[in-house]
Design a protein around this ligand. Structure first.
Ligand code: SIN
Length: 262
């Protein structure tokens, strides 16, 4: 698979560019091709059994878990990233940010060589019993995500050693295991769906805005995410966030990393 799907962070991993290149938004008939590619790439990932998930000390969040873990933790690693996965708004949400009649879109991870996905890792607090309760909570919360992986989590691009390993929940393109999978669509269509969907947890747009705000807080530049946010704001006639990623990066004195994958 092509490496042209994101960029590896440089030696100062505070800002990364996840620009839409080869594994990113396809157009026209390329959707079906991408779906097939995604299915075959994901079939390489068998994940871990639920029992393994219960043994994990850390959980890596790349969506709502970043800003709202919802459980007690004893350590938080942020910003941090995982390699070989790209964040995409390809998962349908029928119980959270949409309904079965009008699904919203939440993020999942697509295998993508050379890509990185930024997020936060949380160490589950407490004794064995409390940790078990937390995983049971996560299993319930992430029940529309059908794959569990234990992934190396990095904080330092100059080191090949992960900081920790963590459990991550992924929604795959296997529709028998994940009937809510929506897959790729033009960014304008995704924006419209997010702008108009509402579920038991609230408007889909708030999910997107919270995620974009998390990336800004970490000084991570996620071009496609910010573009989607801008499209949704425009559709809803909402003012911009007033804090473009490059402004935030400049304010933090962090250069925008334009390094190629290493
Ligand atoms: C995650 O945050 O890690 C999973 C996706 C979500 O719950 O939004």
């Amino acid at each position: 698979m092509s490496r042209y799907c994101g960029r590896h962070p440089g030696t100062r991993p505070l800002v990364s560019v996840q620009s839409g290149l080869r594994c990113a938004r396809p157009s026209g008939r390329a959707y079906q091709h991408t779906l097939a590619m995604t299915a075959s790439a994901q079939s390489l990932h068998h994940g871990v059994a639920q029992s393994e998930a219960y043994k994990s000390e850390y959980v890596f969040g790349f969506g709502s878990l970043i800003g709202n873990p919802g459980f007690e933790y004893s350590d938080k690693v942020e910003p941090c990233y995982i390699k070989g996965w790209r964040r995409v708004f390809w998962q349908g949400s029928t119980d959270h940010r949409g309904t079965p009649e009008a699904p919203g879109r939440t993020v999942t991870l697509e295998p993508c060589e050379g890509a990185v996905t930024w997020g936060a890792a949380y160490k589950i607090a407490g004794d064995a019993e409390q940790r078990q309760e937390t995983i049971t909570y996560l299993e319930w919360r992430e029940k529309q995500y059908d794959l569990r992986e234990i992934v190396p989590v990095f904080t330092d691009a100059s080191s090949s050693q992960p900081h920790v390993t963590a459990l991550v929940y992924i929604a795959t393109s296997d529709r028998s295991a994940n009937p809510n999978y929506l897959g790729p669509a033009p960014l304008d269509d995704i924006a419209l769906q997010i702008a108009t969907s509402v579920g038991p947890s609230g408007p889909n747009r708030d999910y997107l805005f919270a995620l974009a705000a998390s990336m800004r807080r970490m000084n991570v530049q996620d071009e496609e995410l910010f573009l989607l946010e801008a499209k949704v704001r425009a559709l809803l006639d909402l003012p911009g966030n007033g804090d473009s990623s490059s402004t935030a990066a400049a304010a933090a004195g962090v250069p925008i990393d334009s390094s190629e994958p290493s």
